[in-house]
Design a protein. Structure first.
Length: 138
């Protein structure tokens, strides 16, 4: 798959599984991707969650997306790079108004958004199950 094909699949299937590490133990949880745009793949979390502390200690991440149409699995790996601008936090609150009570209780620094810097993707399908992995820079 090309970069453009991969991004089309990711946009159509924005739910992913985010893998982090805590004390040498893998941690995986489902996430809704916040945005796919010229900034990259963006994930919004909150500073009061364990995932934030894990990413501060070790910013290496892997996301796994599943294409509902083809059954393909797309794994994206890179480094969490936090976007701390007030403009990003305002954008998140505008697009995710359900976060307003969280901000009211903890302040706007509770909103954390990271992009997957240095993102590379590999695509798995049943047909390519035993083929060598190919990596596509996103």
């Amino acid at each position: 798959m090309t970069k453009e094909e991969i991004m089309t699949v990711l946009r159509a299937n924005p739910v992913c599984y985010l893998g982090t590490v805590e004390n040498d133990t893998p941690r995986v949880r489902g996430m809704q991707t916040y945005a796919f745009d010229d900034r990259g793949i963006l994930i919004q979390i909150s500073s009061i969650k364990d995932v934030y502390a894990q990413l501060v200690r070790n910013p290496r991440v892997e996301l796994c997306y599943n294409d509902k149409t083809s059954g393909a699995q797309i794994r994206v790996s890179g480094t969490a790079e936090f976007l701390e601008s007030a403009a990003v936090k305002e954008e998140v609150l505008k697009n995710r108004p359900f976060l307003k009570p969280l901000v009211a209780a903890h302040g706007d620094d509770v909103i954390k958004v990271f992009r997957v810097a240095g993102a590379v993707a590999s695509v798995w399908t049943m047909a390519t199950n035993f083929a060598p992995k190919e990596y596509v820079t996103l």
